[in-house]
Design a protein around this ligand. Structure first.
Ligand code: ACM
Length: 608
């Protein structure tokens, strides 16, 4: 009897500890409202997903896809709400935002309510709430009401500089979906490669999709350039592109294609030199930078672009088509008789107005076909076309100007949103990159609504986007390294209300959990520097050093002064006291090794 009572208490204590542990809610991006309850809901083999409406059934299928991927099993779906169920309900969507949802977890089951997009995001939050203990999966009792801060939450991926196959695109789309990002801006064409099959112009995939060589090292490393001698390229068939669009749509992600014009088009000119300004012969270049070879503004060019866009519009149902418009050197137009004739005939002031005229024609064509045009902020120069949406990349100035003129804007300033920039100040500790320095906190702390705009003007800020240019990113592994964790920070910039954002809270509470999950799903990421706190220890006159990793369950190996932190270094188990400094600066070096044995760079911090 006594023994039984003891056992009973043991189980009680065990369950209580279990339930307390389970109450941690670490959803990324942080939801608008979270009310934690007591207890948990256990997901077992008898749990089923209830989905009555066709929309809910579609979400159920994707929910099972993610469950299978993360935990190796799926749940039965049915349309009767019995006990032990996860109910997906799209019958009464909330009014505030198409993407808002309510998620209620009790110890008996789960209920998610919203539109299809909302329930999809509720299901993503649920997936992030699932915790595993041995073979058991459980979810803390909680009540969540959530909606996004911005309607547009995007990631741009440049596949022109380096090609990434559809498996990699889908892998990125899965992570984007889990982070509630809803737009993939697919940068499909650039000087160094054209990536989309266009049936009417087969040379785009036979010639423009390939270059015979790529420069070694950074643009500034060697002059003349030194080449690797390796053929590089690839393209998506229309069928593959449609498959990506469908895959994305199932995850509430819209794919916006970008077809660059009038610049960034050398690859096209290599196949169709008659569209250039007579400065050929052209070849698909294997070096980066802004190229001077641009389209001529003649009728055959418009015919070509309209034919291309006509095929593009059959693949991409998005409301927007991005036409680039950035970095267009005007020297070829300055010395072209044709360009000057068009300037004269149309009473244009200069080549900038010629670019506006060019973009205006394309906008009219897109609008006639029910599409809206997006361009980089250079489309402001020479006058903005009437209905254009501006993507502000050279800082915020272009976005601010466009919003003041009543145009819609997407903020992606290079100061905060260029994830091709280095992730450490000391470039030598990072893989080859374009330069610059964009640490995680600078992404996180970005507010896309400039204070220079009035509340009414701020309504034109549709949202925010990070840009992944890939001049120096040739592999999937490196692509993921550059994206994460910065794109996780982007997710909170886009979704979480500004008042509800807090970098310390993000890195200490949510980042460790999401990084662990990203690692478990086989996605690469850069292990961020730990939080190192150094204080004076008055009693010993030494420094007291606390090191906290942002990856859950990771180990830290460190040395102080002089030695490399490798696996012969000391394992960090708690705050350490430095040797006596005697005023001499010391260096702390450390590496972080995750549970899955992923090892970070060596990081160093001066102990002063
Ligand atoms: C850009 O970075 N050229 C838009």
């Amino acid at each position: 009897m006594k023994k039984n009572l003891f056992l009973f208490f043991l189980i009680l204590i065990g369950r209580t500890a279990f339930a307390q542990q389970a109450t941690k809610v670490t959803i990324v991006p942080k939801p608008a409202f979270v009310e934690k309850g007591v207890g948990l809901f256990v997901i077992d083999q008898y749990t089923s997903v209830v989905a009555k409406e066709p929309d809910a059934q579609k979400v159920a299928a994707i929910f099972n896809y993610f469950l299978k991927k993360q935990y190796g099993f799926t749940l039965r779906t049915n349309n009767v709400a019995l006990a032990n169920t996860i109910v997906l309900n799209t019958s009464s969507p909330a009014k505030s935002s198409n993407e808002s949802y309510q998620l209620k977890v009790t110890n008996k089951g789960v209920n998610i309510q919203g539109s299809r997009a909302g329930v999809f995001y509720g299901a993503q939050s649920l997936l992030q709430l699932i915790q595993q203990k041995g073979k058991q999966l459980f979810v803390p009792v909680v009540n969540i009401n959530d909606e996004p801060n911005f309607a547009y939450r995007g990631l741009m991926l440049d596949v022109g500089r380096h090609f990434f196959d559809t498996n990699e695109i889908k892998k990125i789309l899965d992570v984007m979906a889990s982070l509630k990002l809803n737009t993939l801006h697919w940068h499909l064409t650039d000087d160094q490669g054209w990536r989309l099959e266009i049936k009417k112009y087969p040379k785009l995939t036979a010639i423009s999709a390939w270059r015979d060589s790529t420069i070694i090292g950074q643009y500034y490393d060697f002059k003349p350039f030194v080449y690797d001698g390796k053929k590089s390229g690839g393209f998506y068939t229309q069928e593959q592109a449609r498959e990506v669009v469908k895959y994305a749509a199932e995850r509430n992600i819209e794919v916006i294609p970008e077809i660059e014009m009038p610049g960034h088009s050398t690859a096209v000119l290599a196949a169709y030199p008659e569209l250039g300004n007579g400065t050929g012969p052209y070849k698909v270049p294997g070096y980066w930078g802004v190229h001077h070879t641009i389209y001529n503004p003649g009728e055959p060019t418009f015919q070509f672009l309209q034919d291309v866009l006509t095929e593009v519009m059959t693949i991409f149902p998005s409301k927007y088509i991005h036409i680039g418009g950035d970095e267009v050197p005007k020297d070829e137009w300055k010395s072209s008789a044709l360009a000057q004739k068009i300037i004269h005939e149309n009473n244009l002031k200069d080549e900038h107005e010629l670019q506006s005229w060019f973009i205006n024609r394309i906008e009219k064509f897109l609008n006639k076909n029910g599409k809206n045009l997006i361009g980089w902020d250079e489309i402001l120069e020479g006058g903005l076309t009437p209905n254009a949406t501006v993507m502000s990349w050279r800082g915020e100035a272009g976005g601010i100007q466009a919003a003041k003129e009543g145009h819609n804007v997407i903020m992606s300033p290079n100061s905060n949103m260029y994830v091709d920039h280095a992730q450490a100040k000391d470039g030598k500790t990072e893989p080859l990159n374009i330069g610059g320095f964009l640490p995680l906190d600078v992404v996180y702390n970005y507010n896309p609504r400039p204070t220079a705009l009035s509340t009414d003007q701020q309504k034109h800020i549709l949202g925010v986007q990070a840009n992944m240019w890939t001049e120096y990113v040739a592999t999937n592994n490196k692509l993921e390294y550059m994206l994460f964790p910065r794109v996780i920070a982007l997710a909170e910039v886009g979704w979480t209300k500004t008042d509800n954002k807090n970098y310390e809270d993000f890195t200490s509470q949510r980042l460790p959990v999401i990084l662990e999950s990203i690692e478990r799903s086989g996605v690469n990421y850069r292990i961020p520097e730990a939080n190192v706190v150094i204080t004076d220890d008055a009693a010993t006159k030494r420094k007291r050093i606390t090191i906290t990793s942002f990856v859950a369950d990771s180990k830290i190996y460190y040395t102080i002064d002089g030695h490399k932190a490798d696996n012969t270094a000391d394992l960090y188990t708690g705050p350490i006291l430095s040797p006596l400094t005697n005023g001499r600066p010391l260096t702390l070096r450390y590496i972080i090794v995750t549970r899955e044995n992923k090892t970070s760079n060596e990081f160093s911090v001066d102990i002063k």
